[in-house]
Design a protein around this ligand. Structure first.
Ligand code: V0D
Length: 254
């Protein structure tokens, strides 16, 4: 049994002295990309600079995830609550997919990555939707990493929608609530085509789910990483996966 080393400052287990097991990579990693505003503030930069740098991190982490053989990467890009931010900030964020895809779509295609989204997309500006639609179309036959952006997404609203559509289906068929099962609720979520996340990472030290995939993370491992999202990198992701693997060694496969 190994001795757990604790970093005094961060209370985080140091795993870097263990090897990454390439045969036990989590199938689905979900990330709450927190700390972009704080990153900018620390540098006395406007918040949008933090979002821009956060977008650059998305590019790097997508490549790493793809190289590691992760099959699903779900990123919380915009929550249903984020609309309360200043209009200029929201406008800037809404243009990030356009910016991201202009520079990065060829590399996504080259790496066999498939772009998908979850969330209430109909509320996004048409220019944003157009750009994302093209990315989905151009990558729809790709068989590698599924890169899933959660945009205007909220877990409770997703469950409400699922329940409503189940109700409508049952009523149309003249059936009763006796038919409702966990599987049925799952099948009506926006994530119905994906397995549940094996690993949920939240950056910037906050330890909350904040309405992200609340139904789907029932059995996920949670890792709270101290880095602000713009500073998150390959080494940090690998370290998170090592922590995930060490928990599996201790608690899994009994
Ligand atoms: C802002 C940090 C990439 C979190 C990352 C519209 C907040 C940067 C995308 C993106 C956002 C989305 C779809 C797509 C390609 C790229 C993105 C949003 C915010 C919300 F097909 N970064 N990014 N989308 N941020």
């Amino acid at each position: 049994m190994f001795k757990k080393l604790i970093n005094k400052n961060k209370n985080q287990p140091i795993q870097s002295n263990f090897d990454l097991d390439l045969h036990n990579i989590p199938n689905h990693v979900a990330i709450i990309m927190d700390g972009n505003g704080r990153w900018a503030k620390q540098r006395k930069l406007p918040r949008i600079k933090g979002h821009y740098q956060g977008m650059q991190t998305v590019k790097k982490i997508t490549k790493v995830a793809s190289d590691l053989g992760i099959k699903y990467l779900t990123l919380y890009a915009f929550s249903t609550e984020n609309w309360t931010r200043p209009e200029s900030e929201v406008n800037y964020i809404m243009n990030l997919p356009v910016n991201f895809l202009k520079t990065f779509l060829p590399e996504l295609i080259e790496n066999n990555v498939k772009v998908e989204t979850i969330g209430f997309m109909e509320y996004l500006p048409s220019s944003t939707l157009k750009s994302i639609a093209k990315a989905k179309e151009d990558t729809k036959h790709n068989t590698g990493l599924k890169l899933i952006f959660a945009i205007n997404y909220g877990g409770r609203a997703e469950i409400v929608n699922s329940v409503k559509s189940i109700y409508d289906e049952l009523t149309a068929k003249g059936l009763t609530s006796d038919e409702i099962t966990e599987q049925m609720i799952d099948d009506h979520l926006m994530t119905h085509a994906y397995p549940d996340p094996d690993l949920l990472i939240r950056t910037s030290g906050e330890q909350r789910i904040s309405n992200f995939l609340i139904w789907q993370v029932s059995y996920s491992e949670f890792i709270f990483n101290e880095k602000l999202w713009p500073d998150f990198d390959k080494e940090e992701l690998i370290n998170c996966i090592k922590i995930y693997q060490s928990r599996q060694r201790r608690f899994g496969g009994l």
